[in-house]
Write a protein that binds this ligand. Structure first.
Ligand code: F6R
Length: 576
């Protein structure tokens, strides 16, 4: 979480039009507060959204500057706690993404040496630490910081009167974009993907010194490191909302095109990678998925498809992987992650790698940390997803998993899928909009699923929670009678996701209906409130979730909520 940007340019650039415009592209990483500092010693910070901050602050120019958008971890959401943080004299400024675990120890030590702290953040310790060690030069100070600091960090530092940016990285992501006459640092490639498709990705325990003319990378002991320049492609037009009021609805409507793009890519451009991954899956004793949130629900569908096709597969929430999963050298671990940066997943992969497991992944963001950790990594080709809630990336994750499962014999009609997504949206959106008006004041909504519709029920509920702030639960329909049925009362809204011909689902639905629930059917059966145009179960899993995406969106609109940036959340979760 937190987004950081740094620019070192041979020409002066406008703070608002360039530095803060780049920061805006990273705002989905956190939006509690913002701030920037320049090599002229100007530092401005504020709480709340970047657009408001831009309206408020005076514009200026700089040749070297850093900026930060925060997702608060240590210290409340206040102006003082906003980054950049400075040293005692206001000569050095830092922005930080990550957590300095031993900051209290560092702070005590630095206070004893006379440093005055002004914030409750862990990050401020970095500025004072560098100030304390600066006598030996900035490079030595960074080396000592990397030796003493525990925790995770992507740090950018600048000094007054010095046109260089000093960068350090451990675990938190950091990339350097090589543009014409300009070096742009960012937490990810979105910070500079409109200006250049050439980037260098920092590895752990590296620092770099960057100015407008160039860069030098070092390991944490000061030995020079030669870095490879990577090229990436990215669809820039996806950065705009076009005619839609929110990114979320735009991204829901992009799903037919995104799915089509992925299917073509898996069949052609990525065909060799698919073959390699399929072979790795065949060679492994067990295939374990690891993922978080929406990506976890996608991976659960992957497990269903693969198990049905005769392959031993399991999945677990990334943050509990170490506690409940066994991995060894006969295991293949496949991470499923939109961002490719989720710290819980990265940590689980490191654990599995340590046990000798092979690593693969499905990611959306090219060159992300998880992709770089993987022996083979499929890209899900959804294009940039700006809304914090995953929609098109969920669909494409499931399409990719379905595609892999099809190589083991699980049947799905990929040709017809984009059109089926389009039809699902077109024939149901109006009805969902109407229903949202009725449900907007409900506090509890349940979604029932069974087998393959269970992960879909979980994802349906997940969207309602994060976007509409509704307490929603995706439940196993067969498990209701073991306790949760007690929650059902007269008029309780219960969505039932019934894949074609699932008689058990149909009778579980009758059970809640008999207890007074207001049942809403999502199925391919005629007469369902929300009709899904497929009898294929794999495809049903994808299409039924689209009803949940639309419902979350329209309830949130009825409630007047900040749809693209829901409270307390961030898109790239780079803390444990
Ligand atoms: C849900 C959502 C989150 C993410 C989760 C994992 O809409 O966005 O639940 O799915 O934080 O993120 P990735 O997929 O980037 O690993």
């Amino acid at each position: 979480m937190c987004g950081i940007v740094g620019i070192a340019s041979s020409k002066e650039f406008p703070i608002k039009g360039e530095l803060l415009a780049r920061l805006k592209k990273l705002e989905y990483r956190g939006y509690d507060s913002v701030g920037y500092a320049t090599s002229d010693g100007i530092c401005e910070k504020g709480v709340g959204e970047l657009v408001k901050f831009i309206e408020r602050v005076k514009d200026g120019k700089a040749r070297t500057a850093i900026a930060h958008t925060r997702w608060a971890t240590h210290g409340g959401v206040t102006e003082a706690n906003a980054h950049p943080h400075s040293d005692c004299k206001g000569n050095l400024f830092i922005v930080h993404n990550g957590i300095i675990e031993n900051y209290e120890e560092m702070k005590k030590d630095l206070e004893r040496k006379g440093h005055k702290f002004r914030t409750q953040t862990d990050s401020e310790a970095i500025a004072h630490f560098l100030e304390e060690k600066m006598g030996k030069g900035m490079e030595k100070a960074m080396q000592e910081f990397m030796k003493d600091a525990k925790g995770t960090f992507a740090v950018l530092a600048i000094r007054k009167g010095d046109e260089k940016i000093y960068a350090m990285k451990r675990d938190s992501p950091l990339a350097l974009g090589l543009a014409n006459g300009e070096m742009i640092l960012g937490s990810d490639i979105y910070a500079f993907s409109d200006k250049t498709n050439k980037a260098i990705f920092f590895d752990d325990e590296e620092y770099a010194i960057i100015d407008a003319k160039g860069y030098e990378f070092f390991d944490s002991k000061g030995k020079k490191v030669k870095k490879e320049i990577k090229e990436f492609t990215w669809a820039r037009q996806e950065e705009s909302k076009h005619e839609h009021p929110h990114y979320m609805i735009k991204e829901i409507h992009e799903q037919p095109v995104a799915a089509e793009r992925l299917i073509r890519s898996l069949e052609a451009d990525q065909a060799q990678k698919v073959e390699k991954l399929v072979n790795m899956m065949k060679e492994a004793d067990r295939v374990l998925f690891v993922a978080a949130g929406t990506s976890y629900f996608a991976s659960l569908l992957g497990v269903y498809f693969l198990n049905k096709a005769g392959l031993k597969a399991q999945t677990l929430i990334a943050s509990e992987f170490e506690n409940f999963m066994y991995a060894d050298k006969t295991t293949l671990v496949i991470a499923v992650s939109q961002s490719g940066e989720t710290m819980d997943a990265v940590t689980a992969l490191k654990f599995a790698k340590g046990k000798g497991a092979r690593i693969a992944s499905l990611v959306n963001v090219p060159h992300s940390t998880i992709q770089r950790m993987s022996e083979v990594s499929l890209e899900i080709c959804a294009g940039q997803e700006v809304c914090v809630a995953a929609t098109k990336t969920f669909t494409n994750q499931v399409v990719a998993l379905l595609f892999l499962a099809s190589k083991f014999g699980f049947h799905a009609d990929f040709e017809g899928l984009p059109l089926q997504i389009e039809k699902t949206i077109a024939s149901n959106e109006g009805k969902v909009k109407e229903l949202a008006k009725k449900l907007k004041d409900r506090n509890d909504i349940y979604i029932l699923g069974r087998g393959l519709s269970y992960p879909s029920a979980r994802e349906f509920a997940h969207k309602l929670k994060e976007i509409a702030y509704v307490h929603a639960e995706g439940m196993m329909a067969g498990e209701l009678k073991h306790g949760t049925l007690a929650l059902i009362e007269d008029g309780t809204p219960v969505f039932s996701l019934i894949p074609n011909g699932d008689a058990d689902m149909a009778s579980n639905t009758k059970e809640v209906e008999a207890r007074g629930a207001d049942v809403i059917l999502v199925s391919s059966m005629p007469g369902s409130q929300f009709q899904i145009p497929t009898t294929n179960r794999g495809i049903f899993a994808i299409l039924s979730v689209i009803i949940g995406q639309l419902l979350a969106y329209y309830i949130a609109r009825e409630r007047g909520l900040p749809i693209d940036k829901p409270r307390n959340l961030a898109k790239s979760v780079t803390v444990k």
